[in-house]
Structure formats: structure tokens, C-alpha cells
Design a protein around this ligand. Structure first.
Ligand code: CUA
Length: 158
């Protein structure tokens, strides 16, 4: 079979692209141990308030970074204000006591769904101290638009 040179070229080029795209997925999963930020750890949504993982709500800071534990519900986040240190990894652990909510830290790449029955977790670093706004970006009911929480990123203490 006679395949013209340019046709061969394009066939090889598209083959290389397919392999490259698959390689990025493999590298992301194997190399960086990436997993979706939710749907890994389960929780009984009816017992969120008494679950030991979510009874200590708020920020706990260690030398390595901080962990924020928060619960979402119609139409608020608990706690209502979050303080974290700048320049260190901050891990958010979130769950819902009722329906699906969103958790978007406006102006950053921090963004996840909060699905009842699951714990959503992600880690990010805030380089710039200041005040940030966290909003619910999944429609959850009549007062969805009012569902927000203030995030204060504080200069890390030496
Ligand atoms: Cu919670 Cu929209």
C-alpha cells in the first residue's frame, strides 16, 4: 500500500499526541499520587456533628502547615471565619451535613465540591497574606447566594 509521505507524517504525529496525553495522566496519577479531592473518604452525613473527625472544627497549626476542618450546611460554613498562616501548606477537610455544596476560594486555585457522605480534602499554599472570600459555588437552595465565609491568611509567625 502506498501511503503518501505527508499522510504518514500526520498519522505518526497524531499517534505521538495520543501517547503524550496518556502519559500526562499516568504521570499525574503515579508520579504525583493525584486523586480527585473527594469521593475517597466516606462519612455518615446524618452524624457529621458528632463524628470525631469533625468535632474539632477550625484551624490547627503545626510546624509543617495547617489543617482546616469545616462543615457546610444550608446556608453556612462552620466555622464562620477561617484563619490560616501564609506560605505553608494548608489542608482543607470538608464535609456536608445536608446537600451538595461548593467550596471556592475566590482568586486562588482552591476549589472543590462538598458531597454529603464524603470528605473532600485538598491542600494549597497561600503566598499572599490578606482577606479572601470563600463561596459556595453549587446551587444548594434559596439562600445559596448568601453562603460564604471569610478566610484570613495571616503573616506566618517566625
Ligand atoms: Cu451551599 Cu450553594
Amino acid at each position: 500500500m502506498n501511503v503518501p509521505f505527508y499522510e504518514k507524517l500526520w498519522m505518526w504525529a497524531s499517534g505521538v499526541l495520543i501517547v503524550a496525553f496518556l502519559a500526562t495522566i499516568v504521570a499525574g496519577v503515579a508520579g504525583s499520587a493525584l486523586a480527585p479531592p473527594s469521593h475517597v473518604e466516606t462519612i455518615d452525613p446524618a452524624k457529621v456533628w458528632s463524628d470525631p473527625r469533625f468535632t474539632q472544627r477550625g484551624t490547627s497549626v503545626t510546624d509543617r502547615g495547617a489543617t482546616v476542618v469545616a462543615v457546610s450546611m444550608m446556608f453556612a460554613f462552620v466555622p464562620a471565619e477561617i484563619r490560616v498562616p501564609a506560605g505553608r501548606p494548608v489542608t482543607f477537610r470538608l464535609t456536608s451535613a445536608d446537600v451538595i455544596h461548593g467550596f471556592q476560594i475566590v482568586g486562588t486555585n482552591g476549589n472543590t465540591m462538598i458531597v454529603p457522605g464524603y470528605v473532600s480534602q485538598f491542600t494549597t499554599v497561600f503566598r499572599e497574606p490578606g482577606e479572601y472570600l470563600i463561596v459556595c459555588n453549587e446551587y444548594c437552595g434559596l439562600s445559596h447566594h448568601a453562603m460564604s465565609v471569610k478566610l484570613i491568611v495571616e503573616e506566618a509567625r517566625p
